[in-house]
Design a protein around this ligand. Structure first.
Ligand code: F6R
Length: 608
């Protein structure tokens, strides 16, 4: 889950490579590096930490070459030091790598025996030495790369630059994405089209096992067996999206505030608003009426979206749902019936565990529905039905707008399956659709709680632990609230089903630990009030997120009320996501943490 770039340019490319890496920093930001040919010879600049450190290094020691490669790293093997930063180089070549080379130890031992000296702790360096070894044996660059690829085990995307080869870049992909960009007398490689959007919107994607040889005149593709193949050029939409923070201090703040718009855009794609009906924007190649059971697999925030949707599928469509985090599901060997339906949920569409779940379910003969935000992603390509979330590029590492758009799509799928199975009457569908149509307005209204949340966040920034409680669909949201707070502020937080409180976690309650209770005015509101009373009776500090009037009527002693607009209960999580995101964001900002790029994280987790 690193980001890689390569540019064969018309002039100096270092600035363009940095520009592209900025758009890939979401994939990792432990170190960054760049290599170019200076008067035909390989030269590198690398720096520990974020890209800005590399930019400073380049100011001190500029690179002027017209061909180069770049990398932004999420460390897997070896500490995030400058030595371990990519590109890795030999006297013949430099290489950048995204992914994991699983057999690097064996290869390293073998190459060491042959006299290669390794200088890093990374798995990636072995690629540089392996290809060098083959070139030392007399192979030209592209043959050496193609001979090396079958020897590598694992998942990777690679870009190579060669000493004294001013019109050559080579890329390869297996299990990690790689795009080729076509410019005016320039050619590009990038982990995604977004990275290349400042330079071109004409993109082709490498397929599994492909290797591409670039010159300024074009690209020659070879498939895994070495055959010359054609990979279709397509117009990327990535450049249509503005990748800047606007007037916001962080991408995360901008993305939180975009939600009324992007949830509205997503719903408009799935609903016939004038008819008050769901209208799926794709053909479904299986019978929705015959859906007897659903399996959902996803990671992190996308998993919380799936867990919320379980309540909707079960209640509205009366379909039982199995849901598991993808890292467990992929190895659980769950029995699955042929012809069943598995839904994978993923912003990036590249998350390794979710992709493995998709492939397992497919092997079992399941129909795959991919709820993804990136239309060109591997999961989108491998799904039978692609249910796109129209959130636009999400740059903040913590997922916000992708989450609410996932919820919006999953809600529409629940209605569509309910209608097909006859569990959702026409008037109920119309009522649910009206409730969905109201959501963008309610999300906008919910942003009004921000000043209150800033005050709450100032207090939270001084505590050590926080508990989130919720029942029904507020339970997954409690988990999501805790995840958001811990990943952004590094405060320890836990989410619990409110009814579970008395089965253990109540022992934690004291005056030092804030308890954030999510309590929309739904069927289980009174039950949640009882749980709040249990907390209050033990001196706990309650921060209640609820509809203002209901909260007043509850007459529990609370420290703060975040008064939400009145929301119809079924889809309330799509609105109640706003305060939990704002709490995490403002707490992190008060604590001086980097809200867009929290420590140790990366946006796209393409390794296990
Ligand atoms: C948390 C977060 C992660 C992702 C998870 C899955 O804020 O963003 O938990 O949700 O890594 O990523 P995708 O959705 O790309 O599969």
């Amino acid at each position: 889950m690193c980001g890689i770039v390569g540019i064969l340019g018309a002039g100096p490319v270092a600035g363009q490579i940095v520009e592209a890496l900025k758009r890939l920093e979401y994939r990792g930001y432990d170190s960054a590096g760049i290599a170019t040919l200076e008067s035909g010879r390989l030269a590198r600049r690398r720096a520990e930490g974020k890209l800005k450190n590399l930019e400073l290094r380049l100011l001190e020691e500029p690179l002027r070459g017209a061909v180069g490669i770049g990398h932004t790293r999420w460390a897997t093997h070896g500490k995030p030091t400058e030595t371990n930063a990519h590109p890795h180089a030999s006297h013949r070549l430099a290489v950048v790598h995204n992914g994991i080379i699983e057999n690097f130890r064996e290869l390293r031992e073998e190459l060491t025996r042959k006299g290669h000296a390794f200088s890093t702790e990374t798995d990636s360096e072995v690629v540089a030495h392996l290809v060098t070894d083959l070139m030392d044996g007399g192979l030209p660059p592209h043959e050496a790369v193609m001979a090396a690829l079958p020897q590598l085990k694992g998942a990777f995307a690679l870009a190579f630059l060669f000493d004294r080869q001013g019109d050559l870049l080579i890329g390869a992909r297996r299990g990690a994405p790689l795009a080729v960009g076509y410019g005016e007398g320039e050619m590009y490689l990038g982990s995604d089209a977004l990275a290349l959007a400042p330079f071109t919107d004409t993109i082709a994607y490498l397929e599994e096992g492909d290797c591409v040889v670039l010159s300024r005149a074009g690209a020659a593709y070879h498939d895994a067996s070495g055959r010359v193949v054609n990979r279709a050029k397509q117009k990327s939409l990535a450049s249509a999206f503005m990748i800047d923070k606007g007037n916001y201090r962080h991408f995360m703040a901008k993305e939180i505030h975009e939600q009324a718009e992007v949830v509205g855009r997503t719903l408009a794609h799935y609903l016939d608003m004038s008819e008050g009906a769901v209208r799926l924007p794709f053909d479904v190649p299986f019978d929705l009426a015959g859906v007897e059971r659903l399996t959902i697999s996803a990671c992190g925030t996308a998993y919380m979206a799936g867990l919320t949707a379980k309540y909707w599928f079960e209640r509205i469509a009366r379909v039982p749902v199995d849901i598991d985090v993808a890292s467990e599901f992929r190895y659980r060997e769950a029995p699955m019936t042929r012809g069943g339906v598995t839904i994978v949920v993923s912003q990036s569409g590249e998350t390794a565990d979710t992709l493995a779940s998709l492939r397992y379910a497919k092997q079992c003969g399941q129909n795959i529905v991919g709820v993804v935000n990136v239309a060109t992603s591997t999961m989108a390509r491998e799904s039978d039905v692609v249910a796109l979330t129209l959130a636009g590029p999400e740059i903040g590492v913590a997922s916000t707008k992708a989450f609410t758009c996932q919820l919006a799509v999953l809600a529409c799928l629940a209605l569509a399956i309910g209608r097909a199975r006859g569990t959702l009457a026409r008037d109920a569908e119309r009522r649910f659709v009206d409730e969905l149509i109201a959501l963008p307005g309610l999300i906008a209204e919910a942003m009004g709680v921000e000043p209150k949340i800033e005050a709450v966040a100032r207090d939270l920034s001084r505590v050590r632990d926080v508990l989130y409680l919720g029942r029904g669909t507020s339970y997954p949201l409690a988990l999501e609230g805790a995840l958001k707070l811990k990943e952004l502020s590094y405060i320890h937080a836990e989410g619990y089903a409110a009814g579970e409180l008395k089965h253990g976690p109540i022992a934690l309650i004291d005056e030092a630990m804030p308890v954030i209770v999510l309590a929309p005015n739904d069927a289980v509101f009174e039950k949640t009030v009882s749980n709040m009373q249990e907390v209050a009776a033990r001196g706990g500090r309650i921060i209640l997120i609820g509809d203002g009037d209901a909260a007043k009527a509850a007459s529990v002693d609370v420290e703060a009320v975040i008064a939400m607009p009145v929301v119809a209960p079924t889809f309330a999580p799509i609105v109640y996501a706003i305060p939990i995101q704002l709490i995490a964001y403002h707490t992190a900002v008060f604590m001086g943490k980097d809200a867009d790029q929290p420590r140790n994280l990366a946006k796209s987790v393409t390794v296990e």
